[in-house]
Ligand binder design. Structure first.
Ligand SMILES: CC(C)(COP(=O)(O)OP(=O)(O)OC[C@H]1O[C@@H](n2cnc3c(N)ncnc32)[C@H](O)[C@@H]1OP(=O)(O)O)[C@@H](O)C(=O)NCCC(=O)NCCS
Length: 352
């Protein structure tokens, strides 16, 4: 038993003096193995032309048997910490958004905490489907803004191809694996706003509607259809299922609405946005959202062609690509927006 102060855990109750929350570092990791549309032509009844025309996807990265979600999460986290100049021991919160954890428990965040050596952190997973990163940003932002944490590591990490049904051509071509991470750091007030131009999270909004849960689900492997029931595998329940057409329509509407919501809340207009980073699910959804919220096409970031849909990892992977390529300058306004299983949707406006 120790008599000294507790070292672990999130310290301090929420206070009224909101701190400014800055993205201090970004990182990403994707598998080396590439699965092209030509590869899929040999697996299911499909064609490169169909996949490109309907989704914009040309190839995706696929985890090997020896790779799993925490492997990518750790690599992305190390990159983000290095960029931020933060030691693992200074991280207060490790938050991983994922629908494909290493295992149901312990949380992938605890496994990553150990691997990183983030000994003083509190760690937990969060499931908000493909909106996971925006949810993680919202939760991390709250802890850091309140002063309960000084430094938070927010990671979106997935190994979706492990749950892909390679007998279902309408879903198996869509998904890929990888991870992206950001380091959030608390700075002294004032909070950033449209007038002071300070770097930081300007606004985050998250929403959900469980009445649309059936549009996108993995029905097996949990307590409703458990692994110890033979029918679970026989009925191919632990696989991704999606009603693509209906999801498409809801996606475009919710992404446009929530983007407008955070822009208005941040006191910004579409022309102030340097980069719109939409969740990378489908090129046609991305283009439709850009048009609806009137961000010009050359400011809408697209990498779905190279990675497919990596769920909670898609936005932080894209953010890190832009950041590392030097395509984000200090003062730039970045708008990120996602939707996914739940249904969930959310957006964030962040000044770099
Ligand atoms: C999945 C998606 C690409 C399908 O495109 P779509 O234009 O809606 O196509 P449909 O599902 O209506 O199917 C049209 C036809 O293509 C066929 N098809 C489906 N997948 C195919 C494939 N990989 N190759 C060839 N044909 C395919 C269907 O069987 C159907 O054939 P039919 O008319 O003979 O029945 C599209 O619905 C989509 O992207 N939805 C959003 C999904 C999404 O973003 N999910 C992520 C949420 S985070």
């Amino acid at each position: 038993m120790t008599n000294g102060p507790m070292r672990n855990g999130l310290r301090g109750a929420a206070t009224n003096h909101a701190r400014r929350v800055r993205i201090a570092g970004t990182g990403k990791a994707v598998p080396d193995t590439v699965l092209t549309n030509a590869d899929f032509e040999r697996i299911v009844d499909t064609s490169n032309e169909w996949i490109v025309a309907r989704t914009g996807i040309h190839e995706r990265r696929v985890a090997t048997d020896d790779e799993y979600t925490s492997v990518f999460a750790v690599r992305a986290a190390r990159e983000a910490l290095e960029m931020a100049g933060v030691e693992p021991g200074d991280v207060d919160l490790v938050l991983i958004s994922t629908v494909t954890p290493d295992m149901p428990f312990p949380s992938t965040a605890c496994l990553v905490q150990e691997e990183l050596g983030a000994k003083d952190a509190t760690s937990f997973d969060l499931n908000a489907g493909c909106t996971g990163f925006i949810y993680g940003l919202s939760v991390g932002h709250q802890y850091v803004a309140s002063g309960a944490a000084s430094t938070a590591l927010v990671i979106g990490a997935e190994s979706l191809t492990k749950y892909t049904d390679y007998e279902d051509r309408s879903t198996c071509v869509l998904f890929g694996d990888g991870a992206g991470a950001v380091v959030l750091r608390g700075e002294d007030p004032p909070a950033p706003n449209s007038a002071n131009g300070l770097p930081g999270v300007l606004s985050v909004a998250i929403h959900s509607d469980g009445s649309l849960a059936h549009l996108l689900e993995m029905p097996g492997g949990g307590s409703r259809n458990p692994p110890n029931r033979p029918e679970t595998l026989e009925e191919r329940l632990p696989f991704i299922r999606m009603l693509g057409n209906e999801t498409f329509k809801v996606a475009v509407r919710t992404l446009a609405e929530v983007s407008g919501e955070v822009l208005a809340d941040a006191g910004q207009a579409p022309e102030d946005v340097k980069w719109l980073i939409p969740h990378q699910a489908n090129r046609r959804i991305i283009d439709a959202v850009g048009r609806r919220i009137e961000v010009p096409a050359d400011r809408v970031y697209v990498n779905v062609d190279r990675y497919g849909n990596t769920s909670a990892a898609s936005i932080p992977i894209a953010l890190d690509e832009l950041n590392r390529d030097g395509r984000i300058d200090s003062g730039d306004l970045i708008l990120m927006a996602a939707f996914g299983a739940g249904l969930t949707w959310g957006a964030a406006a962040v000044r770099f």
